[in-house]
Design a protein around this ligand. Sequence first.
Ligand code: ZN
Length: 143
Amino acid sequence: MTIQNFIVNLFELQGYRVRGVEVKGREILVKVELWRKTGSCPYCGKRTRLIHQYGKERKVWHRLIGEFRVYLVGRKRRWRCKQCRKVFTEEWPLVRKWSRSSSEAEVEVLRLIRDNSFHRVEEHYYTDPLRRWTPQRDRVYTD
Ligand SMILES: [Zn+2]
């Protein structure tokens, strides 16, 4: 599993493609774009593949995990409808409202990411598609 997939699962970013993760102190910037290849025209309902332009880079609050503030960073696409010629901006799917508190394991993963230990994250955790992700508790860090 790649770190990108891992992050999609950890932050519940289904529908997003993660292009990278940058950690600045206690801020985690997850660079994202949508997987979706078409936009659906809000005026006439037609689908379009025509990209008019990319918007400005935005930084959107996502959630808090322990001491980490997680943001989504990316550009929204502006689509042009082939039928009615109108231009519209894509919607980013809202990620499910987060109600439960963060687990120690999640915070620990973010600390590893901050320390650029992506391979260690991948070594020590695995994803069960049915149960989100699960720490391998029988393994202990040695450093
Ligand atoms: Zn249209």
